[in-house]
Ligand binder design. Structure first.
Ligand SMILES: [Zn+2]
Length: 146
């Protein structure tokens, strides 16, 4: 390809706005006459496209009517059900069937002093047992203020 024709090809693919407008006016003039080659080519292409689309639509309709269409996707499975409560679990249970939180009346052995404490009272007991909690924080505040 020579330098000149390369430049012409480039101008064809990336024409200036005025050149594009000129090209559009030229195309419009071609389609203005229904007997022109451009008009008849576009009409033939349009007819072919309509024909192909109609074929696809008729075939899809026939398949649906005769039950030849692929079956619809199966319905979604039901959501998983929580497990039954474990034997001995009291109160509300989680999805694994475990009582959570444990019943407040359940006895828990303190790992510090070894006493058995009701589960509902275990947190305050542990605070006292470990020397923290509200009492010691109040004492610390009093110490800091006084
Ligand atoms: Zn304790």
């Amino acid at each position: 390809m020579s330098k000149q024709s390369k430049g012409a090809a480039n101008r064809l693919h990336h024409p200036e706005p005025e050149q594009r407008a000129q090209h559009a006016r030229w195309l419009a003039s071609l389609f203005a006459d229904p007997a022109s080659l451009a008009s008849q080519t576009a009409a033939a292409y349009s007819e072919l496209l309509d024909e192909v689309l109609l074929d696809v639509a008729v075939e899809a309709h026939r398949e649906a009517k005769l039950g030849l269409a692929p079956p619809p996707p199966p319905p979604a499975p039901p959501p998983p059900r929580p497990l039954d409560p474990l034997p001995g679990a009291r109160g509300p249970t989680d999805v694994f069937g475990q009582a959570h939180p444990p019943s407040a009346m359940e006895q828990i052995t303190c790992m510090k002093c070894g006493r058995k404490v009701a589960a509902g009272r275990f947190a305050p007991h542990l605070e006292k047992c470990l020397g923290g909690g509200r009492q010691s924080s109040r004492q610390a505040t009093r110490r800091g203020a006084g």
